[in-house]
Write a protein that binds this ligand. Structure first.
Ligand SMILES: Nc1nc2c(ncn2[C@@H]2O[C@H](COP(=O)(O)OP(=O)(O)O)[C@@H](O)[C@H]2O)c(=O)[nH]1
Ligand SMILES: [Mg+2]
Length: 263
């Protein structure tokens, strides 16, 4: 089974073009699928649109009555996905602002089944790219990715900030068992959770690969919800928590693996 997770905050303009494309791609993949949307306190017509879309029977909606942010939303989506999946299943998380084209999903899933735990849709892999991104945003995004490559290096990975990824369901289940409430710990810090997830999975020994994808920012209808100051603060907080010499995430992970080697 393939489970697609969509965090949605004021996406009334993007759900109508995205959903038919997504369903069409999933139907051609020849295995059962489920779409889970978290409507995070949207103040536009997102809730009404989802009510109509639910009638097809392939969609579950999680509702936050008040906006809680992407961190809390990701937690709810991934916990739900872990509950409804089993061995061999795949979890795909993408934006629902219509900039992540569903046509890339089959390649992500195929690459995952080559023997990886996480496959990242990457603008920086050969054949990848981005359309409609302003020079300023491209510059900021490149800087952020460089920062992450230096402080959280993951071999084979060039794309750290884009949330379009496929995960082996068992990898997510293992991470939730292992980290519990702390799998996504940095909740009030904007989009930091997108980076935290892969860093936590790397600490568990997950195998990563990339598949090229073209970000279609030229299709974006909704305004970006990324608050760069909050997210930048989140990256800095995470860098400290990860590298802190006493009890930081990295040290804790090393201690755990030494203990299990000794056992
Ligand atoms: N649930 C939830 N989703 C959010 C929030 N902010 C953004 N999103 C969703 O997260 C995804 C990424 O946000 P987006 O505006 O596309 O950021 P950008 O692509 O970096 O400009 C989209 O699917 C949004 O609807 C939020 O506060 N709560
Ligand atoms: Mg987006």
């Amino acid at each position: 089974m393939i489970v697609v997770l969509l965090p949605a905050y004021n996406e009334e303009a993007s759900l109508p073009p995205l959903m038919p494309k997504l369903r069409q791609v999933l139907r051609t993949m020849g295995e059962p699928y489920r779409i889970v949307v978290c409507n995070d306190g949207s103040r536009d017509l997102t809730a009404q649109l989802l009510q109509g879309l639910e009638l097809d029977g392939d969609l579950d909606v999680i509702t936050h009555r008040i906006n809680r942010g992407l961190g809390e939303t990701s937690r709810d989506l991934f916990e739900r996905a872990a509950d409804i999946t089993g061995a061999g299943d795949v979890i795909v998380r993408m934006d629902c602002d219509d900039t992540h084209e569903p046509e890339f999903i089959p390649r992500l899933v195929a690459r995952l089944r080559d023997g990886y735990d996480v496959v990242v849709a990457s603008r920086f892999a050969p054949g990848g790219g981005q359309k409609g991104v302003s020079a300023y945003r491209a510059f900021i995004s490149q800087g952020a990715n460089l920062f992450m490559k230096v402080f959280f290096p993951i071999p084979g990975l060039r794309e750290y900030t884009c949330g379009f990824r496929a995960y082996r369901a068992e990898t997510i289940q293992q991470a939730i068992r292992h980290f519990g409430n702390n799998f996504i710990q940095l909740k009030g810090l904007g989009f930091t959770c997108t980076l935290e997830k892969i860093v936590k999975l790397k600490l568990l020994g997950a195998r990563f690969a990339e598949a090229p994808f073209v970000l279609r920012y030229d299709n974006k209808q909704s305004t970006s919800k990324m608050v760069s100051s909050v997210t930048t603060l989140g990256y800095l907080v995470m860098t400290i928590m990860y590298h802190w010499p006493r009890g930081g995430w990295r040290v804790q992970a090393r201690q755990r693996s030494t203990m299990s080697d000794a056992a």
